[in-house]
Design a protein around this ligand. Structure first.
Ligand SMILES: C[S@@+](CC[C@H](N)C(=O)[O-])C[C@H]1O[C@@H](n2cnc3c(N)ncnc32)[C@H](O)[C@@H]1O
Length: 215
């Protein structure tokens, strides 16, 4: 019992420093340790791809769909830049705010259900509904889509977040979409982010950038 408590205390103590360290020395090992300590779902290789792209252009404007245990990492990576998190789960938003002191998140209501993904494909007027004024107020350099939930029928699904990301891709943003092993993410990426903008896939993460943009 005591050993477990000590382990937990050490883990808690190392969480923050591990984020700073992996941004200083970014490699598979530092990221693998950091994500384990922080319980991040994106894996080390996926994180490395995103970090390597953003490091080239920071401070920048970074839009992240989904608050998570990785939020501290994105704020730290883009220190001095503009980072905005988009979250639809109020309980989770309040918890993450409290845990990490995040004050740059907005609450949205997607108003969709995963089951509607096929019918929504032909409804750009619905997919393009403004989610939050703060999202449309900026021309984002990077967009990371790892939300909303899309793993059960009742979940909102990522139709609107991918559609929104596609609009910023057209304006020059680099876009990352996670969970592209799933039918909806795969389909919406193919339709809206388009194959000719596809740059690479690492694990379940796809990277899109318009042709002609500096790499
Ligand atoms: C798929 S998770 C990914 C988070 C992060 N990018 C990562 O790799 O750890 C993002 C979404 O899942 C939901 N979520 C994540 N963890 C949750 C939790 N413990 N309880 C409730 N919802 C959670 C939130 O609504 C959030 O927007």
């Amino acid at each position: 019992m005591k050993i477990q408590a000590i382990k937990t205390a050490i883990r808690e103590f190392l969480k923050g420093p591990s984020v700073k360290f992996c941004l200083l020395i970014t490699n598979h090992t530092s990221l693998a340790i950091m994500r384990r300590l922080n319980h991040i779902q994106l894996d080390a290789d996926e994180l490395q791809l995103i970090i390597s792209r953003i490091k080239n252009k920071r401070p920048c404007k970074l839009l992240v769909f989904g608050l998570g245990n990785d939020s501290l990492l994105w704020n730290e990576l883009n220190r001095g830049g503009k980072t905005l998190f988009v979250e639809d789960n109020l309980e989770w938003l309040n918890l993450v705010k409290k845990m990490y002191g995040i004050d740059n998140a907005v609450l949205v209501d997607y108003g969709t259900k995963l089951d509607q993904w096929q019918s929504l494909l032909d409804q750009p007027e619905v997919l393009g509904e403004t989610l939050h004024q703060q999202i449309s107020a900026h021309d984002w350099d990077f967009v990371l889509v790892d939300a909303p939930a899309g793993w059960h029928h009742d979940a909102p699904g990522r139709m609107k977040s991918i559609f929104t990301a596609a609009a910023f891709l057209e304006q020059g943003a680099e876009v990352f979409v996670h969970d592209c092993n799933r039918e909806v993410e795969n389909h919406y990426c193919n339709v809206y982010l388009k194959q000719n903008n596809f740059r690479q896939q690492v694990g379940k993460l796809r990277h899109y950038q318009q042709t002609g943009q500096a790499t």
